[in-house]
Write a protein that binds this ligand. Sequence first.
Ligand code: B12
Length: 282
Amino acid sequence: MDKIRVLIAKPGLDGHDRGALVISQALRDAGMEVIYTGLRQTPKQIVRAAVQEDVDVIGLSSLSGAHNVLFPEVLKELSRNEAEDILVFGGGVIPLEDIQVLEKNGILKIFTPGTSTKVVATYIEQAVAEHRGETPMLQTPPKRVDHIGIAVKSIEETAVFYSNHFHVNVETIAEVPDQGVRVAFLPLGNCKIELLEPLDENSPIHAFIEKRGEGLHHVAFEIDNIQQRLDQLKAEGIRLIDEKPKKGASGNPIAFLHPKSTYGALIELYESKQDAENEGGQ
Ligand code: B12
């Protein structure tokens, strides 16, 4: 693919330039052509430079609190110049509530302090590849929560609780000897509760219950292309428990991320391909 051309710009009177310089260097290291505007640019100047330099992407950096005015102004200026095909990203000190509004209104993605530069580079590469019609964007949100895993000593005892108090019943029970568990699924809306009972004392679920007692164990996100997702997460620096997917209780491919990389939550990725083919397995 042709080299990606990026304009990194500092709109307004903001004098914080470290983030913009760090991102410029990281994108150069990732093989992109990067032009940096320098400080104190108006939206007009930014768009003029972007059009003249024929860039694929504008990256706006703001730490001054003026993002809600300046970022939309850059988008308007692009539209005035019939240059809306240039993708616009942003970053800096931007409150969480503002991110959603900016992303809804045309800024493709906002990256805040603490973001790894690898994440920014891979995101831009994928967004440009999709925009050029080369490969579809992989970085979409999971489709839904498929199930919530709960570690229990006895499926039968716990099932009585769900049946009597929430009128939710067990749909299927299966043994997964590889993982040392017996599991029961209880459908609940478009999600399921998965009760996990240890098969024996060597089971990781036995160790979990010994250490923390019965309770919430993991959350499973339904996604497509599990191997690609795992490779992507690994490249972004996320620690994986499973580098290759394994077969879950439903027979579908699953993999776990390490809680050390996920702020303490054990996250399972669950690929739903077989569900679609078989019209709804587990
Ligand atoms: C260093 C610093 C300064 C330095 C700036 C030096 C320089 N040349 O950059 C100095 C001392 C000059 C300074 C001055 C001021 N500062 Co100051 N500063 C900071 C501080 C401590 C760190 C910023 C930094 O360099 N971080 C390191 C870089 C690498 O991180 P980053 O910029 O966030 O970039 C990352 C991401 O945000 C993202 N990113 C950033 N830009 C972009 C762009 C794109 C395209 C992408 C994809 C990603 C991306 O990726 C980067 C890598 O992860 C922050 C507090 C903080 N923790 O953020 C306050 C902070 C930004 N400063 C602040 C303020 C108020 C000021 C002053 C107004 C103080 C004053 N009264 O004088 C002045 C204003 C100066 C001016 N002219 O604008 C406030 C801003 C408040 C707000 N926005 O609501 C902050 C948040 C401090 C605070 N908590 O109040 N500051």
